[in-house]
Design a protein around this ligand. Structure first.
Ligand code: ATP
Ligand code: ZN
Ligand code: ZN
Length: 751
């Protein structure tokens, strides 16, 4: 007997903030929430996600063409989470689902026509359409071996290898014995081997060697930390903690042991890291401890690998998921613990499109899943520190480094009186000493390229990006000038385009120039550079990191990439060429960022047997961000910063939303910005003025990729007021089609 037709609500992966009703004909099979369906949508055919079944009947409903899945892609708990995120970030649910599910599984337009041409739609798998499932052929010994005609050469070697291993995939056999496809076919057809083709996963870390480890004896502080997390896991209720541990205090070991407790309770674990490419060490440590039950999700995977990892998680084959930002949406069920490592990192926030913050969403998901959420950092965000001080979240501290290692000794070098070069004499001497004693040096500068400002001495012409309000950076290795915000670049001219003068000077200094200067100072040193320019491509980061680990590099010059959580026992000197650029950014978080950067980069020194030291060159030696970092005074910094935030009503004392309007037409954007501000003021009356409207003003980067940008910042004591104002304004506001409006809830990047 057929089921009656079901009416569903579905959303499409487009920028449309609506749900659509369809009718599912009974002969298509059973439809459940979380399954994809193929639907007619205007003139097109689209993949849609079912978000409700059994909706009320409406007239003139269109029919679903096909059900694309046998099993739901998401659970109802996950759907609640997606809905929450869509509503909080004011983003269409269909787009949220697109972010949450692995890429390439949507069927849109033409492709689907081809599928339908012969009238069949394949939906054998949990997922179908788009991404393919990888198959591999495996060989085993046939149960009855042929008696006659003994084998020789490659064929014999192949059979012996299969005998020794029990089973082997085709690719490996062919590599090991050089046998070809015809040879393998011969062995099967003549009864030596049997072949079986089955589904395999693409393993992104197959090349990563791991050796099992044994957990070390914990320090007293670690022991306490693990105990508290275990206790809260035993409660089985939502809990949240700041794990504030100085650099090198062994936070990772605390995560590992708390996670093993969760696994012992038959629950799963989600570990968020800022950027996996930068943390191969962490993934390795997890693999050593937990073996193969780990899935890794990040943007560096091929789409196929990503799809496979996602399916393994969905099927419950991986109890631990390690991933960057978007892993907060991983299809994990029964989550015991969620770790957000380096919770202060800005990369948890997606900068465009669906502007969610994975660190914040981790807390929301944890609440829905009754998980224990651990925010770990040596330099927590000021808001997190405040939450821990006021008891909103628990506080666990690791105030000392492991193995009684001292914090590195730190010296400030005032550069105002020093002209010219990148290096103070103190830093040069320290580098020489370090090289002589066989230690490694990290040199940090937050700018890549060679020269960051180019000017003609004759007429004063400066080289600026025609699409963005920034100056171009000279890259010597490519002999071009680049814009760091868009794709624009020009060959470095030898003559000034304005006056034909030949005296173009290169001012400002990037990592490329520092590398050159070090080479000149210390010609015998082995020097490498780590920044966006040297780490392009797959494995670019890990190649350099491995070289540092293996002591094949004496001096590593780099941008903030070198500051990120690396554990290099050989590094005894850290030289900070300058952090002044970061301090001077027009953003209320510039002090916080500078403090974090300095503390993190300093924390790379002295993690081995030799003590470390840190030399910080600065033009602003009295700035509290710098002095607090030098003194490892996180508390002092946060207290001072909180005073400033309270005075100006910045987070954690208010909530922010940033409205950005942009257009290629400056006149249009100005007009629309005025209109938006007027509408906001109008709508604000309903809230009795409880939201502060600042702007419109030109964004600090007033032009970006050819678009003029205006901002309006909203501040409110209560999130609800912000959301209400934004919703009513958005509905009332009618902007011309050449003006784009984006809303950024809890913005991190104010430029
Ligand atoms: N109890 C312990 N006994 C001995 N060594 C330990 C112990 N716990 C951790 N370690 C080691 O100490 C080093 C630093 O630990 P880890 O990388 O976890 O520190 P961290 O707090 O995460 O540092 P950071 O914040 O700087 O990234 C690692 O090499 C780790 O193996
Ligand atoms: Zn000129
Ligand atoms: Zn540009």
């Amino acid at each position: 007997m057929l089921n009656p037709p079901v009416i569903i609500e579905a959303v499409v992966p487009l920028y449309l903030d609506a749900v659509y009703n369809y009718i599912v004909p009974a002969d298509l099979g059973t439809i459940k929430v979380g399954m994809r369906v193929l639907v007619p949508f205007g003139k097109r055919t689209l993949t849609a996600y079912t978000v409700k079944t059994g909706a009320d009947p409406v007239a003139n409903l269109k029919e679903v063409i096909a059900i694309l899945d046998r099993e739901p892609l998401f659970t109802s708990t996950e759907l609640d989470f997606f809905r929450w995120a869509a509503s909080y970030y004011m983003h269409p649910l269909g787009e949220v689902l697109k972010t949450a599910l692995p890429g390439g599984i949507n069927i849109i337009g033409k492709k689907q026509q081809a599928v339908l041409a012969d009238g069949t739609i394949v939906c054998d798998e949990v997922l179908s359409g788009g991404r393919t499932i990888k198959q591999e052929t495996f060989y085993r010994l046939a149960p009855l071996q042929p008696q006659c005609r003994p084998l020789q050469g490659r064929k014999l070697a192949t059979v012996e290898l299969v005998l020794a291993t029990g089973e082997m995939p085709a690719l490996q056999l062919r590599r090991a014995t050089n046998i070809d496809a015809a040879g393998l076919r011969y062995l099967v057809e003549n009864g030596w081997l049997t072949a079986e083709t089955r589904e395999v996963y693409r393993d992104p870390f197959r090349d990563l060697p791991t050796t099992p480890d044994t957990p070390p004896a914990l320090t007293a502080d670690q022991e306490l930390a693990v105990c508290r997390l275990q206790d809260s896991l035993n409660q089985g209720k939502f809990s949240s903690f700041l794990l504030h541990g100085v650099t090198g205090s062994g936070k990772t070991e605390v995560y590992l042991q708390a996670i093993s407790h969760a696994l012992a309770q038959a629950r799963s674990a989600l570990v968020l890291v800022p950027e996996i490419a930068l943390t191969p060490q962490l993934v390795r440590r997890f693999r050593s401890r937990f073996g193969s039950g780990i899935a890794v999700l990040h943007s560096g995977l091929t789409p196929g690998e990503r799809f496979d990892e996602w399916r393994r998680i969905r099927r419950g084959e991986a109890a631990i998921v390690i991933g960057a930002r978007s892993a907060v949406f991983a299809p994990l069920e029964n989550i015991g613990i969620i770790v957000v490592d380096e919770e202060h990192e800005a990369s948890y926030k997606q900068g465009d499109g669906f502007r969610y913050n994975a660190r914040d969403l981790a807390l929301v998901r944890g609440k829905m899943e009754n998980s224990c959420v651990v925010l770990g950092s040596a330099t927590p965000q000021v808001v997190t520190w405040h939450a821990a001080q006021t008891g909103k979240i628990g506080l666990i501290e690791l105030p000392k480094r492991v193995r009684d290692l001292p914090m590195p000794e730190t010296v400030l070098i005032e550069m105002r009186s020093k002209k010219g070069g990148a290096f103070s004499t103190e830093l040069v001497t320290a580098m020489e000493e370090t090289l002589a004693s066989g230690g490694q040096t990290l040199l940090f500068l937050n700018r890549r390229g060679y020269a960051t400002y180019l000017v003609c001495q004759d007429c004063g012409h400066t080289f600026r990006c025609p699409n963005c309000a920034v100056s171009l950076t000279h890259h010597r290795s490519k002999n071009r000038h680049y814009c760091h915000y868009c794709d624009y670049s020009i060959p470095a001219p030898s003559l000034c385009p304005a006056c034909n003068g030949s005296d173009i000077v290169l001012l400002g200094r990037g990592t490329e120039k520092v590398e050159d200067e070090v080479l000149e100072l210390l010609p015998s040193a082995r020097i490498a550079r780590m920044d966006k320019d040297t780490t392009g491509g797959r494995g670019g980061h890990s190649r350099i990191l491995t070289q540092v680990e293996n002591r094949q590099i004496d001096i590593l010059v780099g941008t903030q990439m070198v500051a990120k959580g690396h554990d290099f026992p050989g590094v005894t000197l850290v030289g900070v060429i300058s952090v002044d650029a970061s301090l001077n950014l027009p953003d209320f978080r510039s002090a916080e960022r500078t403090f974090q950067l300095l503390t993190q980069v300093s924390g790379r020194a002295g993690r081995g047997t030799q003590p470390g030291r840190v030399l910080v060159q600065t033009m602003a030696p009295d700035n509290y961000a710098i002095t607090s970092a030098i003194n490892y005074d996180c508390k002092g910094f946060c207290e001072q910063e909180l005073k400033f935030r309270a005075e100006l009503d910045y987070p954690p004392f208010s909530f922010l939303a940033l409205i950005e309007l942009s257009s290629t037409s400056e006149a249009a954007v100005n007009k629309s910005a005025q209109k938006a501000a007027a509408e906001l003021s109008q709508q604000k009356r309903a809230l009795h003025g409880r939201v502060n409207i600042l702007g419109p003003a030109a964004a600090p980067l007033a032009v970006l990729r050819g678009r003029h940008r205006r901002q309006i910042l909203l501040k409110a004591k209560h999130r609800n007021d912000l959301h209400q104002l934004l919703k009513s304004t958005k509905e009332a506001l009618d902007l011309p089609s050449n003006v784009r409006l984006t809303i950024d809830i809890d913005p991190l990047d104010m430029l």
